[in-house]
Ligand binder design. Sequence first.
Ligand code: SAH
Ligand code: DHB
Ligand code: MG
Length: 233
Amino acid sequence: MTQPLWTDIDQYITGKLVPDDPVLAAVLAANAAAGLPAHDVAPNQGKLLYLLARLMGARRILEIGTLGGYSTLWLARALPPGGRLTTLEENPHHAAMARLNFGRAGAAEMVDLREGPALETLPALATEGAGPFDLIFIDADKPNNPRYLKWALSLARPGSLIIGDNVIREGGILDEASADPRIQGVRRFIDLISAEPRLEATALQTVGVKGHDGFVIAMVSGQAVDNEPARKL
Ligand code: SAH
Ligand code: DHB
Ligand code: MG
């Protein structure tokens, strides 16, 4: 099982189930032409984010790590009228491309892009009384994932969904002695989720056009009374 097969299968799935979308295709082409790294979620992963947001009727979404706005647009498309998405991006070049793309997609109205290090824009959001957010997608600098988890919890409500990208890294996650701060950040992130009584979580490995990686998906259960794990059948 190798990359060419994963790629062929992703293309098969996307061909059948993720219809060609000229706006999203133009976004990816513009990002590549502008030299942005191809770190966007894959199309079938973007559709998963969209479906999860639809499923829970998300009206307020927070994304940490915008890049060119590809995942942002998938999530924004799940919003009902009046819904809003806040997305945080540190890199001015990425933020400028994302703004262009939101305009191109007709999404500028519903997306609030905050430029700057997320560890500065998150406290500002909290001070403003933003949120609670129904869905929070964590996909920025992985060494800060433990800090992002704490902010996500404080900006969430019982029932919110917290999703983290890139938690497998071709198996790098298993290397407890890794010198890579991204691996250490993701390992601590998983440990914190594991130890957090307010979260019920799982993680899924993915293979496909973006290689071997994965998502962690956690639901905030909130109040003590609400905190029982799913009842056994
Ligand atoms: N969610 C995007 C991909 C994000 S790539 C998608 O799937 O389409 C990660 C992004 O996080 C990059 O654009 C990077 O510039 C940004 N980033 C890195 N460190 C950051 C920080 N401290 N604060 C905010 N954004 C950051
Ligand atoms: C990287 C970051 C991402 O968010 C991603 O989806 C893939 C790769 C990276 O920094 O290498
Ligand atoms: Mg990612």
